[in-house]
Design a protein around this ligand. Structure first.
Ligand code: ZN
Length: 326
C-alpha cells in the first residue's frame, strides 16, 4: 500500500545548562505543545538521551502522534552543525564529542539536525524576529561567553570545520586578561559576565568615589545594570568600558563582513543602552568609513526560549527526511 502522508510538524529542542525545552511546531511556526526537564539532572549522556527521547515521545503521543512529525532540530551549546555533535563543551556535563543527533535519530526513527545556539538563534531571528527579511547580518550572544553567527547571502557561514564566528576569542588587547581558552586579551574577557565583574572591581580599586557597588559582596552584571538604572556613576562607567571594547571588536568584524545589522541577544544584552551606546560610539570611530552609519545595532525582542525552539524548528525543516530505504 502506498502511503501519502504529509508531515506538517517538526520538533524543536533547545538545550541549555539550566533546562532542555522541547516543542512541537507546525509549518506556520505556531508552537503546538511544549515540555521541558532539567538538563543537569542527567550527567550521563545515555540517561540524558533516554530522557530527551521520552520527553519528545510523550509530548508527541498527546499531540497528534509520531506519524505527524517530519524531523527534529536541536540547539546545543558547542553544537557543530557539520558533525551534528556537541564538541568539547566547556560548560555542559558531557565531555568529549557527543554525537547527539545520531543517538536521538536511532531512538526516534526521525531525521535529527543539530547546531550551536548562536546558529539556531540566527535562524529564529531571521524567520520570526529582528533579522526578518535580512540576508547579511550577525547575531551576537552576550552571556557567560561571547558568541556569534554570521549570515551571508541568506545562509549561515559556518567555516570549513563549523567553528566560524568565534568573535569572543578574537584578541582585542595585546597581552590582556587571561581567557578560559588559554589566550590573552580575548574580547569575552572584557564583555562577557566575568569580564564585566572584573572591570567593576578594577574601577572600584582605582578610585575612592562612593558607589552602590561597594555595598554588594557578590557583584553580577544584572546587579551592576540595576545600579546604572539608579544613576550610579561607577556602575555606568563599568558598562561604558565593556561597551567600548565591544564596539572595537564589532568595528573589526563589520569592516570584514559589511553586515546590514548586528543583533544582540543573551543576558548581558539586557543592559541595553548602557552597553550599546558606548559600543556604537567606538564602533563609529573605528569601522571602515564607507560603511559607517550603515550598520544597525538591534536588540532581539523575542523571548529567548521561544526564539530558540522556533529556530530549532527551522533547522528541522532543513534536514532531509529520515528513511531506511536510501
Ligand atoms: Zn579566549
Amino acid at each position: 500500500m502506498i502511503q501519502n502522508s504529509t508531515k506538517t510538524r517538526v520538533v524543536g529542542v533547545d538545550i541549555s545548562l539550566e533546562r532542555t525545552t522541547c516543542a512541537i511546531v507546525n509549518v506556520r511556526g505556531d508552537i503546538v505543545a511544549t515540555d521541558y526537564f532539567v538538563t543537569a539532572d542527567y550527567p550521563q549522556i545515555g540517561d540524558y538521551v533516554a530522557m530527551l527521547s521520552n520527553c519528545i515521545l510523550n509530548m508527541v503521543e498527546n499531540n497528534g502522534g509520531i506519524s505527524s512529525i517530519r524531523s527534529v532540530g536541536i540547539s546545543a551549546p558547542s553544537g557543530n552543525y557539520q558533525t551534528a555533535s556537541i564538541e568539547n563543551s566547556p560548560n555542559m556535563p558531557w565531555k568529549g564529542v557527543i554525537p547527539l543527533a545520531a543517538m536521538l535519530r536511532d531512538r526516534l526513527g526521525l531525521a535529527v539536525a543539530l547546531a550551536n545556539n548562536a546558529h539556531v538563534m540566527a535562524l529564529g531571528e531571521q524567520a520570526f524576529g529582528a533579522a526578518h527579511g535580512m540576508r547579511d547580518f550577525v547575531i551576537i550572544t552576550l552571556g557567560h561567553g561571547v558568541g556569534s553567527c554570521i549570515f551571508s547571502n541568506g545562509l549561515a557561514h559556518l567555516g570549513t570545520n563549523g567553528f566560524a564566528g568565534e568573535i569572543g576569542h578574537t584578541c582585542i588587547v595585546h597581552n590582556g586578561r587571561l581567557c578560559g581558552c588559554g589566550n590573552r586579551g580575548c574580547l569575552e574577557t572584557y564583555v562577557a559576565a566575568k569580564g564585566i565583574v572584573c572591570t567593576a572591581h578594577e574601577i572600584l580599586a582605582e578610585s575612592s568615589h562612593p558607589s552602590m557597588m561597594r555595598q554588594v559582596e557578590h557583584l553580577t552584571p544584572k546587579v551592576i545594570f540595576e545600579f546604572c538604572e539608579q544613576g550610579d556613576a561607577l556602575s555606568i562607567e563599568t558598562y561604558r568600558r565593556a561597551g567600548r571594547m565591544l564596539g572595537l571588536g564589532l568595528a573589526n568584524y563589520a569592516s570584514i563582513l559589511n553586515p546590514e545589522a548586528f543583533i544582540f541577544t543573551g543576558g548581558i544584552a539586557q543592559a541595553g543602552h548602557w552597553l550599546l551606546d558606548p559600543a556604537y560610539e567606538v564602533f563609529g570611530q573605528h569601522v571602515f568609513y564607507n560603511i559607517k552609519e550603515k550598520v544597525r545595532f538591534l536588540s532581539s525582542t523575542l523571548d529567548n526560549r521561544i526564539r530558540n525552539v522556533l529556530g530549532a524548528s527551522v533547522l528541522a525543516w532543513e534536514v532531509k527526511e529520515y528513511s531506511l530505504f536510501k
